[in-house]
Design a protein around this ligand. Structure first.
Ligand code: FES
Length: 179
């Protein structure tokens, strides 16, 4: 009786094939797993950004605009202050201004710094006793009313309150079209 002799060449090739296949499978699996981890890591911030709304900033939050103890009646002053602004997930501090007027009844009025025509920065013109916009010539009285166009509505006003001689500014509101 003759027993079949194992073919060493065939056997070695099979082992190599199995080894190669196993290694290739392992590498492919590793690449897929790595790819999946990277995709998930990149997707999480995007999903959070899209689905979770940023912390809503209270519109009623008051901003300290500075000391107004030296303010003189009927002499508008431009106050500069810092305000935190939420830009997506980032909080930025921006410089802002307001024109502040102490009225004869000691009331404090704060106007937004932009002209109500096309948002240029206006200024107080002492000789003529009015706010003047350099862009297209709009003019406003000391109480914010339109004296000359093209602006069609009065200056916007901040909500205001005073605490320890410091002006606190709230929401900036439009005052509507002037009659
Ligand atoms: S932006 Fe002020 S007049 Fe046009």
């Amino acid at each position: 009786m003759v027993l079949p002799m194992p073919n060493p060449a065939t056997s070695e090739s099979d082992v190599t094939d199995v080894y190669t296949t196993t290694r290739r499978t392992f590498h492919l699996a590793a690449i897929y797993i790595l790819g999946a981890i990277i995709a998930v890591a990149m997707a999480i911030p995007t999903i959070m950004y899209l689905l979770i709304p940023p912390r809503a900033r209270k519109r009623t939050a008051w901003i300290d605009a500075g000391d107004i103890s030296q303010l003189k009646t009927g002499e508008p002053v431009e106050l500069t202050f810092q305000q935190d602004r939420l830009d997506g997930w980032k909080v930025e501090t921006v410089k802002k201004t307001a024109w502040v007027v102490k009225e004869s009844n000691n009331q404090i009025v704060a106007f937004g710094p932009q002209c109500t025509h096309l948002a240029c920065a206006y200024h107080w013109d002492t000789p003529s006793d009015k706010f003047v916009c350099p862009c297209h010539g709009s003019e406003f009285s000391i109480d914010g009313k339109v004296l000359a166009g093209p602006a069609a509505r009065p200056l916007d006003r901040y909500a205001t309150k005073i605490e320890n001689n410091r002006l606190q500014l709230g929401e900036l509101k439009q005052t509507g079209t002037q009659a």
